[in-house]
Design a protein around this ligand. Sequence first.
Ligand code: F6P
Length: 545
Amino acid sequence: MTQVTTLPEWQALKALARTDGTMHLRDLFAGNANRFAECSRCELDILFDYSRQRVTPAIMQALMKLAEARGLRTHIDAMFNGDIINTTEQRAVLHTALRASADRIVYVNGKDVMPEVRDNLQRMHKFVDGVHTGSIQGATGKHFTDIVNIGIGGSDLGIVMATEALARFRNHNITLRCVSNIDGSQLADVLEKVDAERTLFIVCSKTFTTIETLSNARLARQWVVDRLGDGAVAKHFAAVSTNHKAMDEFLITPQNRFTMWDWVGGRYSMWSAVGLSIALAVGMDNFNFLLEGAHAMDEHFRTAPFDSNLPVLMGMLGIWNHNFLNMDSLAVLPYDQRLHRLPAYLQQLEMESNGKRVTIDGTPLEYESGAVLWGEPGSNAQHSFFQLLHQGTARVALDFIAPVNASSEFQGQQNLALANCFAQAQAFALGYNEADVHAELHVRGMDDATIKKLTPHKIHPGNRPSSLILFARLGPKTLGKLIALYEHKVFVQSVIWDINAFDQWGVELGKKMAEKLAPAVENPQSAKVDPAVQGLLGYVSKWRR
Ligand code: F6P
């Protein structure tokens, strides 16, 4: 593809950034009483309000033209059709097939993958029911009450995010705990709390080679063997992976194995058997609702015209903010504590997907690709980093996300959360200018000299761009829609930037170096390593008890 910067559509946006893009949101709102109606779309019961983005009709038109010029529609079709769009790994990208309707046929290399997808879902259903009813039991005949998911990255983040988000729907006879980190403390904390006889471990790893997961899983297996004997492994371990040989070696019995496919990327895999732990925690019906929600968003993305297509709008607004208004990062601010792990989930989705420095054909990029994504639940964030967002020098775009109805029984509290969410969005957009400050301080009876001194400190420049995503209530269907919305937004941006959103070579180098260094850390005295690391190993020797 031609470098995007050479396209007339990109140049038109550059010109607009110097004109319309310098307008203040205060003026944009003041000049158009219909701005909210014109700059918001409600699709699939999700309101996407972008009236606080620094855009004009001319900018929106130019963004849509850029999407057309980049052949976005053709790229969307290629993904849904199972074309090999992950070219560096020669793979199709079909997380959408995992949530497709029962009658759908999806070919990968000439084979319809849907029968296997459906079969896996049925097996998951049976397994979940077996655990819930107690027909699947531990080695001593006891029902499972605790599930421990051992996995990392895409084999952990979606599970944690979704089960926290859907806490209202949890099966109260089952407690799900997740172990991802390698340092051992998470595993230790979990093992301290569970009873071996009633605990089922799910080793979740697409490759079954990930050191964090395998080292934790081996420790957990030893812990089970120590308490219940060798024979218990078959009953107390299940696994989700593409790697059957490794599952054999780990002694996972065939009935406790769930497969995945190389056409599902780790960070897009919560819809596959990776979601087994989600289904065990909230029930298979709710897992199916999650898939239904995501499928509805897939269909919307595939068919809706660009100017009312939520992922397209969101993706193109991100391009505008990042490439033309130079916003370096995106803060995701959910006003619902249940979504507290959403920013962490989106970090992997967005930054592992679009954190790339070359185009699909390997040419270095002449423009910015993926932005840094970060965030915290809204109200907590207000009392920590919002100061910087309002008055600091960093350039940050914002996504506010909120349900109207509480995820708890305390609707009054959610009303307060919503009031805060709306107020912050307004404050970021409109700011508080010199005249506002003067008026306030005069009313408070302050003298002119003090007002003059205080004014620069009290000014909020505003014009901080944000989108607001509002929905009625957080449930499995809505969560499915929300996550698929972000997935497709990431795809839209990757098409504009002409990068591969589905590989992740950047995580390999550090992994390989860690493998080499592991024996040196174990045995620092005899290690022959880089002088910089040698220095550190000196302290390891000195301080390790
Ligand atoms: O961090 C790299 C990565 O490959 C992620 O893409 C993936 O989600 C994670 O490791 C875990 O991989 P696996 O599921 O194969 O253990």
